[in-house]
Design a binder for this molecule. Sequence first.
Ligand SMILES: C[S@@+](CC[C@H](N)C(=O)[O-])C[C@H]1O[C@@H](n2cnc3c(N)ncnc32)[C@H](O)[C@@H]1O
Length: 196
Amino acid sequence: MIFKNLAANQDISDQEFDKVYPDYIQNISSLHFTSVQVAKEASHYLAEKSSDVLDIGAGVGKFCMIGSVWTQSRYVGVEQRSSLCDIANNVISRYSLNDVDIINSNITDIPFRDFRAFYFFNTFLENICTEDAIDQSMPVSMELYRKYSNFVRDQLDQMPRGTRLVTYHSYLRELPESYVLKHTSSNAHLKYWERR
Ligand SMILES: C[S@@+](CC[C@H](N)C(=O)[O-])C[C@H]1O[C@@H](n2cnc3c(N)ncnc32)[C@H](O)[C@@H]1O
């Protein structure tokens, strides 16, 4: 019902939405996962230009699931923690959601060429900051942070003109100079980019 209500443009609070997840995910959701409102706004912008959207570090799939019912595009989320993927895929099958896949992999194993739109919610922060981490499984390493950020920046730079990117609470280390800022919202924490 929650996804049907969302698709029908009924107001859904994050508290309501997060009930699809186990209790401990509900408790950390506001810090680590995209809110319903931000997911709607960001997916609307991304889906205008692309039928395939990649979430770089998908967590429990909240952004992808909301995007898949709010827009006409297909969403792929890549998540390195298998426990979060299992939770996401359990929700996807329980609610028979289409057009959304959450893959258990590291982002460095994913070719970006199949997508023309990307979402990035400060994905690699846990490699440089242990405060309020989802769990202790992420290695703290500036080297890894740089490696992952550089990988994403290089991949985004190779994308064709018109490729769209939304960054949320990002330090923009992953942003190539070839992307132009189109507008911002959420006190400028949410940034909408397009490749020149
Ligand atoms: C801030 S959360 C955002 C989750 C989701 N995009 C959302 O907005 O709800 C970032 C996620 O990226 C994942 N992540 C971090 N580094 C990654 C990597 N190198 N490859 C794949 N996933 C990664 C983390 O495990 C975490 O679940």
